[in-house]
Design a protein around this ligand. Sequence first.
Ligand SMILES: Cc1cc2nc3c(=O)[nH]c(=O)nc-3n(C[C@H](O)[C@H](O)[C@H](O)COP(=O)(O)OP(=O)(O)OC[C@H]3O[C@@H](n4cnc5c(N)ncnc54)[C@H](O)[C@@H]3O)c2cc1C
Length: 520
Amino acid sequence: MRANAQSRPRAERASRFRELASGTFDLLVIGGGITGAGIARDAAMRGLRTALVDKDDFASGTSSRSSRLIHGGIRYLERAELGLVRQSVRERETLLRIAPEIVKSQEFTWPVYAGARIPLWKLRTGLRIYDFLATGANAESHQTLSSDEIIEREPSLRRDGLRGGCVYHDARASDSRLTLANVRSAAAAGAVTLNHAEALRPLSRDRSEWLAIVCDPLSGEDVEVRARIVVNATGPWRLDLERRGHERGAPRRRGSRGAHITVPCERIGNREALTLLSPVDGRVMFVLPFGSHVLIGTTDTWTDESPDEVRASAEDIEYLLASANAFLPEAKLGPADIVGSWAGIRPLVAMTSNGLPSRVSREHAVTRTGPGVINVTGGKLTTYRVVAADVVDEVERDLGRKRKRAPTAEQELPGSERADALRSLIQVEPDLAAPIMRGSAHMLAELRYAVEEEMAWTLSDLLMRRTGVAFERADAGRAAAEAIAPQVAEWLGWSDEVRKRRVESYMSDAARVFGVPQPR
Ligand SMILES: Cc1cc2nc3c(=O)[nH]c(=O)nc-3n(C[C@H](O)[C@H](O)[C@H](O)COP(=O)(O)OP(=O)(O)OC[C@H]3O[C@@H](n4cnc5c(N)ncnc54)[C@H](O)[C@@H]3O)c2cc1C
């Protein structure tokens, strides 16, 4: 059993690398965030010969740094983006149906205070429209509550100035698990999917095909990939890829940094999710249940930072603490309460350079930078299926194929088999029921499953995206990385030298994503 566990994932990866180099793909998708993963799934289901590569891990970019909401986007109502809201509420219901283990319904309380930018009447009107746009989507309607009823639901909220509020429903998801589920579904439909596989520019044109060099940073090997169409789905890295090719007509980078912090549940004591208007700038923000913690976010600030280095700044943290404390005064949150902090860059479709980032549309754009090179920008986690279908329609047009429709809304995403699979692993090897380290709720079986079935190759893949340990612990999973390295080395056949390097790279990834651990 152990020998199989060591050799099978490595043999499968080697075979996928060989497959990348064989023949011509209809489509090469560069970037394995939710956008690229969704495109690869849709394309493979339409029968296109598809390859998907990510330079790091699937969902290692923005797609593991979101607020994890699958939502209609109540804040978009303010800008009268009714089409986007309607599309989003419908997608929310589709995802609740096709990914029941990953996407869960979530109740939100929105308290309204005297002088709020959105008074109660306006909120009620907005939520009526929200409910109306979800008509037929099987969603629950909102309720209006008095201030006493709001406090009864959420006793930790400030009473002073409370004028009442509303309760409404949206959904939440594990963003990296949703991405991975799409990658696995794409692979099941025939796509060749590889993480830790960087597309190096420039692409070159050979007759009617594109030639891309894809490099495996774990082994240092390169392969040449041939594809008739290339989709750049690298989100906030998009221009990095384009600039390497010196193509003209590339738009300016417009990214907006969004940061989150987590604090222990007991420091706030909220029961469900809260929607608040920051007293600092009036933006909509959320206080969300997050396991044994509470997630507070987010910010929205233009940035030119590299997406490889982005993390929460001191100003982001100050903003989030001040905003939460204004509504949860008993908590008196301070920097010492913070368990974790991180940030991501929203790949926005920017039309203007002088508006605030939160005023820029989250809708997506599909553009071209040469024959057969399609770029996709913008979008949200919630609407990835719609974005994917638009892109693959373009691909089919370029290929001269009759447009097909992929059954992405009908076929359930992988995920529900995981609990049974873990139980089976433990039946065969009872030691796998042990926690990954003392005091952790995660079992070794989760890591073993991730290595065998979920393309986890590094300690960061395991602790940041397959389990989420890094987001849950004040040391960002550093101690867990040390603790699991010997076992993972055995499963993946790492030498002592490789194991040491993998632990070192976890430490540098943790510093890159989460910054210096906060004092507790
Ligand atoms: C703070 C924040 C909160 C958000 N909250 C929500 C929310 O609650 N709900 C919601 O619906 N949306 C939300 N969003 C938006 C959503 O997260 C993003 O729209 C989405 O994750 C973008 O996915 P993507 O695949 O386009 O980009 P990414 O996830 O960044 O993926 C791009 C991928 O490209 C890879 N890559 C880059 N260069 C190369 C190369 N040369 N070769 C191969 N691979 C490469 C990267 O490694 C990366 O994995 C939020 C965004 C942020 C920042």
